[in-house]
Design a protein around this ligand. Structure first.
Ligand code: GRF
Length: 190
């Protein structure tokens, strides 16, 4: 059963994707946030083990040092699969020395279109009437890596970037948990 696997979630924001993962029954054994955020408080309320690993911003941020600390914490907790759920820190490739092929991400666009931190805004600004979400295995190149699943979400007349993103998130809430479950089943031959 996938519940024997130790799944860690990395978060930075609202935590609606993490909440969908918990609601689905995924074995989230550890939640790590890079800043104080709603996601961390929600996970704590729901009984998950939570760790705040605050990052610095600007020139004070040492990406390699932060990545090594995060990697050490994940290894210490024997995390086997890592799911980024709105995690806004780009990690150093050092993370893949330990977790290559074991990290997944949800991104609010139809990759390879619109990678980056402002995917919905970028699709909107480009005049797209269709975007969506992508679940993929993470690699050292941000928002690339083997695509596991995608869902289309049209933009409707009157949509703002925010309202479109909210509907894309509803699609993510359905797609991400079940894709993670399938990824675990396939990866660990369960
Ligand atoms: C999601 O749309 C995710 O794809 C993007 O940021 C949003 C996070 O939302 N990277 P939440 O924190 O899960 O509510």
């Amino acid at each position: 059963m996938h519940s024997d696997i130790s799944l860690a979630a990395l978060v930075s924001g609202e935590g609606t994707n993490l909440e969908a993962m918990l609601d689905y029954g995924l074995p989230v054994k550890l939640v790590i946030a890079d800043r104080p955020c709603k996601a961390l408080f929600m996970a704590g309320r729901r009984g998950a083990e939570c760790i705040l690993m605050p990052r610095a911003f600007g020139s004070r941020f040492d990406r390699a040092v932060y990545t090594k600390s995060l990697r050490a914490v994940l290894a210490h907790h024997r995390s086997e699969v890592i799911a980024c759920a709105g995690f806004m820190t780009v990690l150093d490739a050092l993370i893949f020395e330990r977790f290559a092929g074991l990290m997944v991400n949800t991104h609010p666009s139809l990759l390879p279109k619109y990678p980056g931190a402002h995917a919905v805004h970028d699709a909107y600004a480009a005049g797209e009437w269709e975007s969506g979400c992508t679940v993929h295995v993470m690699t050292a190149l941000v928002d690339t890596g083997p695509i596991l699943a995608q869902r289309r979400v049209p933009r409707v007349p009157g949509d703002t970037v925010e309202s479109w993103h909210q509907r894309i998130k509803v699609a993510e809430h359905q797609l991400y948990p079940r894709t993670i479950a399938e990824f675990i089943r396939t990866r660990f031959c369960l």
